[in-house]
Design a protein around this ligand. Structure first.
Ligand code: AMP
Length: 215
């Protein structure tokens, strides 16, 4: 299965992607996760990407497209993949189509996870993640707080707030989404592969809806 997950920051793409990995046994390719790892490792790529990410803007297409091409060429993507956070604009979508066409693996579904902006704001400002790379459990101080403030229920490691989940950056990220990423809804509608799911409510119920769509 070759899927693109669309949706504003905080729509729950990452959460649903992780569940899809377990069900379908295909990898999630999250450009945001790859970039955050590069920033944490202080690689050249990370240094280049950091200022764009901290400001809530998009990292240049040339950088992100290179990353995705490299990742898609790896053996575990042969059976399929879940792209999460890519493409983010029309140029990226067109490049992706070209890359996939050249290897004979066209996209099958672009799934948009739809959530109102006021809910997104709470989700993003409240989001906390476990610092342990092996755990990575996510919480939300408004909707699903850890039992002890700032500490992971699962492994006891400290929780952190992503730099780009700070209030001033969030507004910019949502503006960028509206201006650059939302047009992809039309792009994939025209290609006849757009599906939509309401991303509000119980995580498992949303996942079940996604599974019926993907059937
Ligand atoms: P995310 O975790 O998907 O919300 O991504 C976090 C940040 O990484 C974004 O705000 C961008 O700065 C950068 N980023 C992630 N994916 C892309 C992409 N496809 N194109 C450009 N920048 C990206």
């Amino acid at each position: 299965m070759k899927i693109v997950l669309l949706g504003a920051p905080g729509a729950g793409k990452g959460t649903q992607a992780k569940k899809l990995i377990d069900k379908y046994g295909i990898p999630q390719i999250s450009t945001g996760d790859i970039l955050r790892q590069a920033v944490a490792d202080q690689t050249q790529l990370g240094k280049e990407a950091k200022s764009y990410m901290d400001s809530g803007g998009l990292v240049p297409d040339s950088v992100v497209i290179g990353l995705v091409k490299e990742r898609l060429s790896q053996a575990d993507c042969k059976k399929g993949f879940i792209l999460d956070g890519f493409p983010r604009n029309t140029a990226q979508a067109e490049t992706l189509d070209g890359v996939l066409a050249s290897v004979g693996m066209p996209l099958e579904v672009a799934l948009s996870v739809d959530v109102d902006f006021d809910v997104l704001l709470k989700r993003l400002t409240g989001r906390r993640t476990c610092k342990s790379k092996d755990c990575g459990q996510m919480y939300n101080v408004y909707f699903s707080a850890s039992k002890k403030d700032g500490v992971c229920d699962k492994c006891g490691t400290e929780l952190y707030q992503r730099d780009d989940d700070k209030e001033e950056t969030i507004k910019k990220r949502l503006d960028v989404y509206k201006a650059q990423t939302e047009p992809l809804i039309d792009y994939y509608t025209k290609k006849g592969i757009l599906k939509r799911v309401e991303g509000v409510g119980d995580i498992n119920e949303i996942f079940n809806k996604i599974c019926s769509i993907l059937k």
